[in-house]
Every structure is written in structure tokens, then in C-alpha cells.
Design a protein around this ligand. Structure first.
Ligand code: 13P
Ligand code: SF4
Length: 324
């Protein structure tokens, strides 16, 4: 598997198309010698000025390889925590420290500790969408890009508890045939897509392949031509000769796909209520707040040293298992 699954994005800002706020941001990025990492769900104007845009897995590698002493992480809190855990000596900033995740919230560390106390011996595979405190209680971390590979590496004699997303866990069970205990969490954004909303758009565009994120329900996944992480969506659409695609994930992904493939057409998978699914947490980060973060060198992601030490072990295991 290629180590660098992210794209260097700032080179793609075309001369003359940069707004004055983006110019201010790029100047600050230079003076503060900051590396800017942005998730595929970030706003278009942030993606355009980031050094790297990618999925959770790509951003974990980008954080690990980041040069310089400052990382500005444009994503949600658990992702920035991961960057801090693999770079404890660096300053990790976020545009908005309150950018959380409903999925991570569905598995509080105290509830997990209680569960593990009552069910000793479980092998805990945690999706990266969880807090650092939950990672510290885990045996290995996975992302949607490597979940199948990671689960296949877990010793066959161990019973797995997969958390916090039951839909991703169900998808991995379908792919691997391995039975796992699933934590009862979900992502509120991906739960908004329904079989009827996707069936409707499929009928309107029968020629367009449907790509869906594995956080969608089994009924929605069953209607997709491809189920994959946000980064793999880019590769799938590039390699598929079709010129129109239906994209069933958070709407920020459409910016990334349109920038990478300006000649192809990408339609937002609709929910039953609207034609765009926005993660309210991802969208808390704005370019204005990103500029302020570089001006003030704050807010900064802080984690207790003992949490960093414990959470580092399963993250490093994931990075190692993803490569071999
Ligand atoms: P990726 O792992 O595909 O980047 O997805 C992260 C996420 O938060 C999905 O909702
Ligand atoms: Fe969390 Fe869902 Fe937002 Fe991803 S889209 S960050 S899983 S709430």
C-alpha cells in the first residue's frame, strides 16, 4: 500500500483565483512555518490552501511525516488529537476546538472502560473516530481506508469488540466474514441517507455509478457500486470511465472530487430532506477562524502525557499493519 495517500493541495491554487483572505492565510502559514492538514470534508476555501487534503488515514501519515514545529489541523477534534499523539513535541492548532464528532461522542471512555471490565479478554479495534482516551483503551486503531486489512490481522483466537461505528463494523464483517461485537454508535450525517433517497437518484441517473462511505447503513451500501473511504472515492472515480457519479457521503467530498476531476460530474447523494449532507462539526472550521488560529497560535490541542503514551501504541500498530 502506498505510504502517501494524500495530495499536496496548495500547489493547485491557481494564480489569480486566490481570495485576499486566502492570500493572508498563505502568508501567515509561511511566516509561522505551519503545515496545514485538511480533511476531505472541509470547506472548499480551506481545501484550496491546505498543504495536504485527504482522508483520516492519509492525514495520520501526513501528521507523522510533518516537517516544522506547527501543524494547523482543519478537521474534527479526534483527528487533531491523532496528529498530536504522533507528534507530541509539536504545536497542533485547530481553527475551532469545538469541532467534535457525534460518532466519537457515542463511545465515552468511562462507558468503554466499564464494558471492558465486565467483558475481559476482548480485542478492541477502534475506528479512528473516537477520543484519545478511548484510543488509550484500544488494542489497534483503524480508519475506513484500512479497517478490513486491520481486522484481518487480529489473531484468530481473539474475540473482537469493534467501535464506535456499528455500520462500518457491519461492513467489515461482511467483507471479512469475521464475527465481531459491535458498539452501538453511528454518524448522524451518514444515517440521513436512506435506501429510498438513494434509489430515487439512481433511477434519475441510471448511468451514474454510486459511491458510498461505509458509515452508511447496510441498506444504502447495498445500492452502491463501490463502498470505500473518502480517499478511495477519488481513485475509484478517476479509474472508472463514467463521466457522472453519485457521491453518498458528506458534501465537502464533492469539492475534492471536482478539483481533482474537473471534466467529470459529481452529484450529491440526497437524503430524504435535502440534496446535501453537511457535517455541522466539520463546517465549524472556517477560513476566518483558520487565519485567527495562525495569528494567535491558538487554540491548541492539549492532551495529558499518559493518554498520549497509551494512545500512541494502537495508532502505531495501525500504521505498521497498514503497510505490511
Ligand atoms: P474517512 O476515514 O473516509 O476520512 O472518513 C472520516 C469520517 O469522519 C467519515 O465521516
Ligand atoms: Fe463525525 Fe459523521 Fe462528522 Fe465524520 S461526518 S466527523 S463521523 S459526525
Amino acid at each position: 500500500m502506498a505510504r502517501a495517500v494524500f495530495v499536496c493541495s496548495s500547489k493547485k491554487v491557481q494564480a489569480g483565483s486566490v481570495t485576499s483572505l486566502q492570500e493572508k492565510f498563505l502568508a501567515l502559514k509561511k511566516t509561522q512555518q505551519a503545515v496545514v492538514l485538511a480533511h476531505n470534508y472541509q470547506r472548499k476555501e480551506i481545501q484550496e490552501v491546505a498543504d495536504f487534503v485527504g482522508d483520516s488515514l492519509g492525514l495520520s501519515y501526513a501528521a507523522q511525516q510533518a516537517k516544522g514545529e506547527v501543524i494547523l489541523f482543519c478537521g474534527v477534534h479526534f483527528m487533531a488529537e491523532t496528529a498530536k499523539i504522533v507528534n507530541p513535541g509539536k504545536k497542533v492548532l485547530m481553527p475551532d476546538l469545538h469541532a467534535g464528532c457525534s460518532l466519537a461522542d457515542s463511545c465515552p471512555a468511562d462507558q468503554l472502560a466499564d464494558y471492558l471490565g465486565k467483558h475481559p479478554g476482548l480485542y478492541v479495534v477502534s475506528y479512528v473516530n473516537c477520543t484519545a482516551a478511548v484510543k488509550a483503551l484500544s488494542d489497534v486503531i483503524c480508519t475506513s481506508g484500512n479497517a478490513e486489512r486491520i481486522v484481518r490481522r487480529v489473531p484468530a483466537n481473539r474475540e473482537i469488540l469493534f467501535l464506535p461505528d456499528r455500520n462500518l463494523g457491519d461492513w467489515v464483517m461482511q467483507k471479512t466474514g469475521r464475527k465481531m461485537r459491535l458498539w452501538d454508535g453511528d454518524c448522524y450525517v451518514h444515517m440521513e441517507f436512506t435506501a429510498s433517497s438513494i434509489d430515487r437518484i439512481r433511477k434519475e441517473h441510471p448511468e451514474a455509478p454510486v459511491v458510498a462511505h461505509p458509515e452508511c447503513t447496510r441498506a444504502v451500501r447495498a445500492l452502491a457500486d463501490e463502498v470505500c473511504s473518502t480517499e478511495k472515492m477519488v481513485a475509484y472515480c478517476k479509474n472508472n470511465p463514467a463521466d457522472t457519479f453519485i457521491v453518498v457521503t458528506e458534501e465537502g467530498m464533492l469539492h475534492r472530487l471536482r478539483r481533482e476531476m474537473p471534466d467529470k460530474k459529481f452529484l450529491a447523494g440526497p437524503t430524504d430532506h435535502c440534496a446535501c449532507a453537511e457535517c455541522r462539526y466539520m463546517k465549524m472550521n472556517t477560513l476566518e477562524k483558520a487565519v485567527a488560529a495562525l495569528e494567535n497560535m491558538a487554540p491548541e490541542v492539549q492532551l495529558p502525557a499518559e493518554v498520549i503514551a497509551k494512545a500512541k501504541i494502537p495508532i502505531e500498530r495501525m500504521l505498521e499493519w497498514s503497510l505490511k
